[in-house]
Write a protein that binds this ligand. Structure first.
Ligand code: SAH
Length: 195
């Protein structure tokens, strides 16, 4: 098996793993009513862009090889690094779902009896699920031997991240006030101690 093929199989496994981890939490969280939501046109568009970059474009490449001109032969080292990042992303993704529990939402929602989670992985980082998504997008870039399909994840998720982080923190501050401001002062956004 070539590194290129292993990378593509791993990417499919990553997407399946991502869904397997998310599904039970999605079911549980849905039982708690959404009290307030910041969903709007901008939110819908950035979610579509992110979904295209992390799902549709790479999925099309794996299924059909499109776009051919951007395909190359990756080194085993690149694919190996991609595999390591994939494992890290999935572990992190599961930890964040466990910590957020019923407070989780695919979009910007405040649920009934919403509590501010500051324990577990949320102790040091405010957006560890986004750290997991960035890691997943990086893994995609290394695993898929195609410049367009590989980088689509970073571009797609990057668009969602940079346009959502402001509104999300504003929503949290509006909901939790001083408690959130205090939490923001003692935590990092994505990487402890760095960002
Ligand atoms: N940005 C977070 C969560 C993404 S899920 C992360 O990267 O880990 C988005 C939902 O999570 C939002 O609807 C918001 O209500 C909720 N949320 C985000 N941070 C939270 C926290 N610290 N406590 C409780 N809910 C939170």
């Amino acid at each position: 098996m070539t590194a290129a093929l292993i990378g593509q199989i791993a990417w499919v496994a990553m997407v399946v793993g991502w869904y397997v981890i998310r599904y039970p939490f999605e079911r549980r969280a849905k039982r708690r009513r959404v009290e307030r939501s910041r969903r709007g046109h901008a939110e819908t568009i950035r979610m579509l862009i992110s979904f295209s970059g992390l799902g549709i474009i790479p999925g099309l490449f794996v299924a059909t090889g499109f776009p051919k001109f951007a395909t190359y032969g990756p080194s085993p080292l690149q694919t190996g690094l991609g595999l390591a990042l994939m494992v890290l992303a999935l572990v992190l993704f599961r930890l964040t779902h466990k910590a957020l529990g019923k407070m989780w939402s695919v979009s910007l929602d405040i649920r009934e009896k919403h509590e501010l989670v500051t324990r577990g992985i949320y102790g040091k980082i405010r957006h560890p699920m986004y750290t997991a998504f960035w890691t997943m997008a990086l893994a995609q870039a290394l695993l898929l031997p195609n410049v367009v399909a590989g980088l689509a994840g970073l571009v797609g998720f990057g668009t969602l991240y940079f346009s959502r982080i402001g509104p999300e923190e504003a929503m949290m501050e509006e909901t939790f006030g001083e408690a959130y401001r205090d939490y923001r002062r003692r935590s990092a956004r994505l990487i402890p101690g760095i960002y």
